[in-house]
Design a protein around this ligand. Structure first.
Ligand SMILES: [Zn+2]
Length: 254
């Protein structure tokens, strides 16, 4: 079993500490900044041993070198972006297994937001760390990939168990939900969820983690086969990649 601590930093980033109690090994996923990570570790008596990076963007790797200098830790990151990951020790890609003490995570290649983006799946703990690939009711912008690539990446995540917790890297849920409602206004699960999101945010609480099952019901980027979505885009019966691409483009201009 792993223990997961969510750290909100910068404007809307989430960092995740993952602690494996048997060995005491502790990882941080996508450290944008160092001070809140060090403070959170010291408050719990944990020593940081690993960084797991999902992609090269500065708000996911900005504290790599400072934390490596502070702890002498080991950095794992995407093989296809290795030259853009500061201090990387172990480049990984799909099929590789990453260990944290006694616990293992599978690596998935999920290109689209960036060309070499990866995700870490702790199957025994039903936990997915997916960076900027899948968000609550949204997905990452396609800075370096095509709609077909991103749709293929999202499909890899959609087949995980429905109760898998999705630890994404940003609190974009309110904006994503407003867009989702604009393209699927009659989706009852979406209407209910937005009420819950409003209540959580009014109390200053995070809406993350989400789950695979909830995303499949409410995230338009996982629903190109939805008749309601297809109708509102005037794309009834269209190919899923085309529906996904149109949805992504509309969100970019929302
Ligand atoms: Zn990013």
């Amino acid at each position: 079993m792993i223990e997961i601590v969510q750290l909100p930093v910068l404007q809307d980033n989430y960092l995740y500490l993952i602690h494996e109690p048997t060995s005491g090994e502790t990882a941080i996923v996508d450290p944008a900044v160092d001070a809140p990570v060090i403070d959170a570790c010291e408050a719990r008596g944990w020593r940081l041993t690993h960084i797991f990076n999902t992609h090269h963007h500065w708000d996911h790797t900005g504290a790599n070198l400072a934390l490596k200098d502070h702890y002498g830790l080991h950095i794992t990151g995407p093989k296809a972006e290795a030259e853009r990951i500061p201090g990387i020790d172990r480049p990984v890609s799909e099929g590789d297994v990453v260990m944290l003490g006694a616990v293992k995570a599978a690596v998935f290649d999920v290109p689209g937001h960036t060309s070499g983006h990866i995700a870490y799946h702790f199957a025994d703990d039903r936990a997915l760390f997916c960076g900027d690939t899948l968000f609550a009711m949204g997905c990452g912008r396609l800075f370096e990939g095509t709609p077909a690539q991103m749709w293929a990446s999202l499909q890899k995540l959609m087949v995980l168990d429905g109760d898998t917790s999705v630890y994404c890297a940003h609190e974009y849920t309110t904006t994503n939900g407003k867009f989702a409602l604009s393209v699927e206004p009659d989706n009852p699960d979406l209407i209910t969820r937005m009420d819950e999101v409003k209540a959580l945010r009014a109390e200053g609480k995070p809406t993350i983690p989400t789950t695979i099952a909830l995303e499949k019901r409410t995230n338009p980027f996982l629903r190109p086969d939805s008749p309601g979505l297809q109708a509102s885009l005037d794309m009834v019966g269209a190919d899923p990649v085309a529906v996904f691409a149109e949805t992504r483009q509309r969100k970019d201009n929302f």
